[in-house]
Every structure is written in C-alpha cells, then in structure tokens.
Design a protein around this ligand. Structure first.
Ligand code: IPE
Ligand code: MG
Length: 233
C-alpha cells in the first residue's frame, strides 16, 4: 500500500494526512473483495523496516493503527471478515497487541473474506522464523533434517493455511516486492500501477483483475501443456 506520503505532499499537506486517506482506501479494497467474492486479501500495512522512519511518523502511524482497530473491527465482524495479523507483533505496544488478539478471536470463525494485515512484517523474517521453528523440531528429535523439504517450510511460513496468492498489486509506481511475502509469491502474478494508494478505487482494482485474467500461468510448464490441462479440466 504505497504512496500515502506522496499523495499528501502533492496537496502540500503533512504525510499523516496521506496515511489517513490510505486508511480509507483500505475500506475500498475490502468492500471490493467482499462484493467480488475474493476469498483472501493480504495488506502490507507496515514493514519491519518501517520502524526506522522518523519517530514522529511511527508514533502517528501507531495511533492511526490503534484507532482503526477500535473503529473497524466490529463492522468487519458483522460483514463476515476473518481478521489476522502477520509479522512481529512483540514490537507493538500492549494496547495494540491486545486489540489485535481480540480482533482475531472475535472474527476467527468468519468465512466471507480472509483478511490478513501484515504489520511489522518482513518476508525474510517470515522465512527465518520458519527455519527456526523447524530447527526446534529437529533439536527435539521430532523431525529429521532430511525431512525438511518445501512442504515443511511452506507449513511454517505465514498464511500456511491459505492457497498461495494469485495476484500481487503494488501501488505508487515502484517496481519491487520490498520484502513482502517472499516465499508465498513464487508464482504470483505481479501487477504494478503508478496510482498512489489513497487514490485506489474500484476501476483500478477491476483493471488489475482484468489484466490478471489475461495472463497465462504456466507454473514452469509449457504453454501446450497448460492448454491441454485446461482442455481436460
Ligand atoms: C505507504 O505509504 C504506507 C506505509 C508504509 C505505512 P508511504 O508512506 O511509503 O508513501 P510514500 O512512498 O512516501 O509516498
Ligand atoms: Mg513508500
């Protein structure tokens, strides 16, 4: 969700105004997913690197985050959204951690949309954690090193219970993944737009879906193989 700061700067307003507008765009995105029956949405709200921003901005973002948790969770629950947080939540203040946990507990049985908020998240951190969890299993004698394969790692990274993402959308004009779901994105279709996150609307999201629908996903196979499998299905 990139471009909040530039959105505000273009209006000669403080960056925080952009972050607030960005929070509104989150609702646009969630509404779109609910209406279109998209089963899972993961939002990169705050990276493990974002802690390095000026203290004032980090503090204001934390306040915005806490407010959003207080304001939005009941409505999300009412609409059948299951909420979870991925990332290093130990770094957040207790008030935020409590709200995160309460939101997850309240919405755990919901089925309309799996909403994951990546907060204090980094893809490398995610993979390192999975490696550590597997090492603990090995040290305890419950797992042999030779049993560590892709499936074992996949089972220990974030969102292990969901299918890998189909589509990655980055706003704000930069063409990089910036340490988002590194493991999970291996075969995800990447889609980039100059549009700044606060300007996100339904038309843009629909354009991303239309582009996605045109792509041929081969997963390492040949085009002929994919066409055959499609014909057989
Ligand atoms: C993304 O917007 C939001 C967060 C990282 C919290 P930015 O703050 O990165 O916006 P730009 O890139 O400065 O425009
Ligand atoms: Mg940015």
């Amino acid at each position: 969700m990139d471009g909040n700061g530039r959105w505000a700067q273009r209006r000669r307003r403080p960056r925080m105004i952009g972050h607030r507008a960005g929070a509104r765009a989150v609702n646009v995105c969630i509404d779109f997913c609910l209406r279109r029956g998209i089963g899972a949405l993961t939002l990169f709200a705050f990276s493990s690197e974002n802690w390095g921003r000026p203290e004032e901005e980090v503090g204001a973002l934390m306040k915005l985050f806490l407010n959003a948790l207080e304001r939005e969770v009941d409505e999300l629950h009412r609409r059948g959204v299951r909420v979870r947080f991925i990332g290093d939540r130990e770094r957040f203040a207790p008030a935020i951690r409590d709200r995160m946990q309460a939101a997850e507990a309240l919405t755990a049985a919901n089925q309309a949309l799996d909403l994951s908020i990546a907060a204090s998240y980094g893809g490398r951190q995610d993979i390192a954690r999975a490696a550590r969890a597997l090492a603990v299993e090995v040290a305890a004698g419950r797992l042999r090193p030779e049993d560590i394969d892709e499936a074992a790692v996949a089972a220990h990274v974030a969102l292990a219970d969901l299918p890998p993402p189909d589509l990655f959308i980055r706003t704000g004009g930069d063409h990089r993944v910036s340490n988002f779901l590194l493991w999970q994105l291996a075969y995800t279709e990447l889609w980039f737009t100059e549009t700044l996150w606060p300007d996100l609307d339904e038309t843009l999201l629909q354009r991303a879906l239309d582009d996605f629908a045109q792509r041929e996903r081969r997963f390492g196979l040949t085009g002929e193989q994919v066409a055959q499998a499609g014909g057989a299905a």
